[in-house]
Design a protein around this ligand. Sequence first.
Ligand SMILES: Cc1cc2nc3c(=O)[nH]c(=O)nc-3n(C[C@H](O)[C@H](O)[C@H](O)COP(=O)(O)O)c2cc1C
Length: 372
Amino acid sequence: MSNDNTAQLTPTAGEREALLSPVELGALHLSNRIVMAPMTRNRAHPDGVPTDIMVDYYAARAEAGLIVAEGTWPSVTGQAYCRQPGIETQAHIAGWRAVTDAVHARSGLIVLQVMHAGRIGSRHIKPEGVETVAPSAIQAAGEVFTDAAGMQPYDEPRALNREEVQAVVEEHRQAALNAREAGFDGVELHVTSGYLPMQFLCSGTNQRTDEYGGSIANRVRFVVECLEAMANAIGADRVALRVNPGNTFNDTQDDDPEASHRELVRQASTLGLAYLHMMSSPLPELDAFALGKAYFPDRLILNNSFDPDSATHAVAEGQGAAVSFARHFIANPDLVRRIRDDLPLSKFNRKTLYTPGATGYSDYPRADIDQG
Ligand SMILES: Cc1cc2nc3c(=O)[nH]c(=O)nc-3n(C[C@H](O)[C@H](O)[C@H](O)COP(=O)(O)O)c2cc1C
């Protein structure tokens, strides 16, 4: 499957019905198979506490079978971006509680994506004295936008020692507990886009010589330990994994992405997780959906560049249990209804993706208002 998942054929009503039908993924009972993919939108307070406009934004999208809320740091060491939310403090938990209550009041389902950014960090973003850490002391190429000082290079990270690796695993366990306390129905571990778990997984960012580095079995260990810790804390059937084999975002490089992801997905499949969230690979020779299907035959969520028709075909053909949309949810809060009623989709404004405030975030109208 290539990265282009746009449909060639118009689906039948029966096929559309399959996409709109309920499905169980572990402890999660989705009312339809249209999932909102996680999207960093940088609308939290500077200290990572969710804002009122985040309540409006997620509540407006509650008709999705499942919302995966944006990548959220388990500890401030793992913060990547300005105004990115956290799930570390009581204030974070209370802020998120307003979001999950609003989604549940509309009969929605919402899990939190836990995202430790590792070396993708800047001292201009995190509070003074908070370090940037990684499996190995290898600086990422590239720059990040900071509210304080504009574009800045990523920090030179310090390599975590073995005890510190265990402490970060423990942070993931606590993040899962905090997410449940905040009312989330579960958590999804972010293992894509070159953040900390992917830094452990990939050979280019992991040059450790202990049991967390070297062989694929060793590089997979940190991610599996995080999943196990989260599963022990809140139940495996409320914990999920997101991967994107071959992703090179954030200066990520792996000698054999197919092999490392296969081993990770294989081990994850033994844990009884809620689902695997699989993005199609940028590598044409790597069929990520087939890989996912082999290990998560009934609990696979597909992602990347789907449109309503291609998503309908994918579910009708049994390629996955559900399909997630990211960008289509930005300007179409009522995406499920638009798909059901075959209404046109609105386009989003790129300029307001990450800017503070409601504009271009929680103010996109529903289709009925759209059409006057
Ligand atoms: C604005 C924006 C923010 C994103 N943030 C995240 C994120 O926090 N975590 C994540 O796993 N993926 C993130 N992604 C990737 C999306 O979840 C998704 O995989 C990607 O956009 C492809 O799906 P689509 O074609 O339906 O948009 C982001 C994408 C966009 C456009």
